[in-house]
Write a protein that binds this ligand. Structure first.
Ligand code: C5P
Length: 389
């Protein structure tokens, strides 16, 4: 995923966090094509040798004092993580830091003795007052024998928030609801009916939309694909098609875009047994199923102004005819169809090959690409088409 080409990020690594955060963070930033300059504070330099930072980033390491003396400019984003109280204080008092124009992201690291809600609130107030952004720690910690559990946002969260900060922002302020994953239709306390979806396409859409400045509500079934740790993604976990229907219909109203990508089960058991269904002596067993609510159709026909609506169709035959029929019947603005029988397209792979059917009859065939790249192309079309309606 090469999205950072031509952009420069400065990473200031402070204290003991340099042992657990800096290497994974620099490697993920460099992997996206970003040029990364690393600055180590005095306490970080005690812990790692002089070549550590230059080997990782490919550039000479800057000391924190050098930044203060020479100014902090020429970067597209600056990340300070883990940031100790001392470093945050020094940044706040330094004229060099107060003149910075690009986004500054600060991920404080709190020792167990200082880790409480008031401390985080106070840090948030100090950091936001300068127009910088706090990266709060979720449940993540960085555990070290000498310090215990340093509470700090994970390297993954810091990476994701950096990509948001340098993103093109063309979806800024837009609220997008995305459904993804399979649904699970329970028959009894241990058995359920489901399908092979991992949720990866919808997660790629959520991630790319967040990187471009959108706020995403991600209504997802029981997925095997992880949700990126990004503040702008709000996960709404559900289990059955009926749960997904209720959550979507309740939330969709205040979104400008809805992308319904979930592989919703079409049928669910007619009856749920509270106790485990016992096996009988017959050679066969019939489970009676009934239709689930069609969420895409319900959003397409909801009364009043509905969001710009994108549907997905996983097809195994007559892809074009089925997709055109679905676009019309469900009143979508766009329908993304993929042939799940083609290699490299559909469930449980990193790539997809999608044909996009647009309201008005236009059809755009996309080449096989990573799911992130497919997501970007779909979002480009959403932006292009939304400005037409
Ligand atoms: O009709 P089909 O299931 O093939 O349509 C696929 C599209 O409809 C996808 O966008 C899927 O998320 C959505 N869908 C839905 N509710 C259902 C079934 C499918 O929203 N019950």
């Amino acid at each position: 995923m090469v999205r950072g080409i031509g952009l420069k990020v400065l990473l200031v690594a402070d204290g003991a966090g340099v042992l657990c955060h800096t290497a994974p963070l620099v490697t993920s930033l460099v992997r996206t094509g970003l040029s990364v300059r690393l600055s180590l504070t005095a306490s970080a330099q005690i812990l790692v040798g002089p070549y550590y930072g230059s080997m990782l980033s490919g550039h000479p390491v800057l000391s924190f004092e050098e930044l203060d003396e020479n100014g902090v400019s020429g970067y597209d984003a600056i990340l300070v993580v883990p940031a100790s109280d001392k470093t945050i204080k020094e940044m706040c008092e330094s004229p060099a830091w107060n003149g910075v124009r690009c986004p500054v992201l600060v991920g404080p690291g709190l020792l167990p003795k200082d880790d409480n809600a008031d401390a985080w609130d106070e840090l948030d107030a100090t950091i936001s007052a300068r127009g910088w952004k706090l990266i709060p720690a979720g449940i993540e910690t960085c555990t070290m024998g000498a310090l215990g559990e340093l509470r700090v946002a994970s390297a993954e969260r810091c990476f994701e928030e950096t990509m948001v900060a340098i993103g093109k922002n063309d979806l800024k302020g837009k609220r997008i609801l995305i459904t993804t994953g399979p649904t699970a239709e329970d028959a009894d306390p241990v058995r359920f009916v489901t399908n092979r979806s991992t949720g990866r396409m919808g997660v790629a859409l959520a991630r790319m939309a967040a990187w471009r400045g959108a706020f995403v509500t991600l209504v997802h079934g029981p997925m095997s694909w992880p949700i990126p740790q990004i503040n702008a993604i709000r996960p709404v976990p559900v289990r059955s098609a009926n749960d997904m229907y209720k959550a979507t219909m309740e939330l969709v109203q205040d979104h400008q875009v809805a992308i319904l990508c979930a592989a919703v089960a079409d049928y669910t058991p007619v009856e749920y047994s509270d106790i485990k269904i016992k096996k009988g002596h017959d050679a066969t067993f019939a489970l009676l199923l009934k239709r689930t609510p069609d969420i895409l159709d319900a959003v397409g026909h909801m009364p009043g102004k509905r969001p710009f609506l994108v549907g997905f169709a996983a097809e195994s035959d007559h892809v074009h005819a089925n997709a055109q029929a679905k676009l019309q019947a469900k009143n979508c603005d766009m329908l993304c169809a993929n042939d799940v029988t083609k290699p490299g397209s559909g469930f449980a792979v990193g790539t997809n090959q999608v044909t996009v059917f647009l309201r008005g009859g236009e059809v755009r065939e996309l080449p096989q690409m990573s799911k992130e790249d497919v997501a970007e192309k779909i979002l480009d079309m959403v932006i292009e088409r939304m400005s037409l309606i």
